[in-house]
Design a protein around this ligand. Structure first.
Ligand SMILES: *[C@@H]1O[C@H](CO)[C@@H](O)[C@H](O)[C@H]1NC(C)=O
Ligand SMILES: *[C@@H]1O[C@H](CO)[C@@H](O)[C@H](O)[C@H]1NC(C)=O
Length: 355
């Protein structure tokens, strides 16, 4: 009798454990220790390196459990784990962990850092992208169109084997953290595309396409890094941080998106027009967009900008520029940009607080 009761109790306990695991998703996230270094070799791992005391890590935990569930449900080959980087600090430092939480995808000898927003969808998308093939072939026109609809910025290599393709693969192995890389043969490329020569690397975005030109555009890696954003963006703090890698100047209309008064909508359309109509002049040096609200920009610049306004940030030297008069038209904006480029607009230094 006693044995039966014991078994029943254990059964109930087990059910409770299972229910807990399913509810929290913790069961799909493996707790990693020293043995990870040896055992990880044959698998692709997505790992959250955390510290028990860190607030951002605690906030990530439920998201991470959802990531574990989702990867499992998708049948993804990527295993999801977490490691207390303070308990296993030597392993963590071997993986280059310096802050918490650090999210990495580990694939053979390669380690990819995740720096995007810490949401389930963004993290899952990153893991699938980086774990998947470096170059994804587009075997048919149908497939090409399908992928074109799903990606606002689409890089495609067109042609057979070549030194350019080798270069493309090399760049992809680094920049896959940011974007997808595709390849296609000439006959599946949309008919409106004219390629001056083959092989070619092109990007489809902003309703058109651009072809990489080694002589004009410099090395492939920096071209892709510059072209991986749409010409005009809805800029938030994270985008601004990402844009820092491009070294570009970022021209932003800071507006209240919900305010339909003409002052707000006009600045937005001025920037949109400059981005579109003056692309050839400015796209190498400038990124364009708008930002909703002035809270973020004011805390970044430690300034007190009132909206609507325009601000141009130099992401490579922490300077910013404000127009010295109202921008009323596209011509005013172009004038302002030219003044920045020829050095007649006065740059302000971002007052940095000690971090
Ligand atoms: C909309 O913007 C205008 C001009 O900046 C401002 O005067 C007005 O108060 C704003 N309206 C609302 C509802 O915030
Ligand atoms: C932006 O900063 C870089 C790095 O200091 C500098 O070389 C460049 O001239 C700046 N651009 C403008 C327009 O001020």
């Amino acid at each position: 009798m006693a044995a039966a009761a014991g078994a029943r109790t254990r059964g109930l306990l087990w059910a409770a454990v299972v229910a807990h695991v399913v509810a929290s998703g913790a069961g799909f996230v493996k707790d990693l220790d020293e043995s990870f270094k040896e055992n990880r070799k044959d698998d692709i791992w997505l790992v959250d390196f955390y510290a028990p005391w860190c607030g951002h890590c605690k906030k990530l935990e439920p998201v991470w459990n959802e990531v574990g569930i989702e990867m499992r449900n998708m049948g993804s080959p990527v295993k999801v784990g977490k490691m207390d980087a303070t308990s296993f600090s030597s392993i963590a430092s071997e993986f280059g962990v310096r802050g918490y939480p650090t999210i990495k995808l580990l694939k053979g000898d390669l380690a990819y850092n995740y720096r995007g927003p810490r949401t389930k969808d963004d993290i899952v998308e990153f893991a699938n992208r980086v774990a998947g093939p470096l170059i994804r072939p587009l075997p048919s026109q149908h497939m090409f169109e399908h992928v074109q609809k799903r990606h606002r910025v689409l890089f495609v290599y067109v042609g057979g084997e070549s030194p350019l393709k080798e270069k493309y693969i090399e760049v992809a192995s680094e920049l896959i953290v940011y974007t997808y890389f595709f390849s296609a043969s000439e006959d599946v490329v949309p008919e409106y595309v004219t390629l001056p020569e083959l092989p070619a690397v092109m990007v489809f975005k902003d309703g058109t396409y651009f072809v990489y030109d080694e002589y004009e555009d410099g090395d492939l890696s920096s071209w892709i890094n510059r072209e991986r954003f749409q010409g005009y963006l809805n800029v938030d703090g994270f985008t601004l941080y990402e844009l820092g890698d491009t070294g570009k100047l970022v021209a932003i209309a800071v507006i209240d998106d919900k305010n339909s008064s003409v002052e707000h909508t006009r600045l937005k359309s001025i920037i949109q027009e400059v981005a579109r109509d003056y692309r050839d002049h400015f796209h190498r040096d400038f990124q364009f967009g708008h930002m909703d609200g002035n809270d973020y920009i004011n805390s970044l610049l430690m300034d007190d900008l009132t909206i609507p306004t325009i601000v141009v940030l130099n992401t490579s030297n922490q300077q910013y520029f404000l127009p010295d008069r109202h921008i009323e038209s596209t011509e005013d904006m172009v004038q302002f940009i030219n003044n920045i480029l020829d050095g007649t607009a006065e740059g302000l230094k971002i007052a940095r607080s000690e971090e």
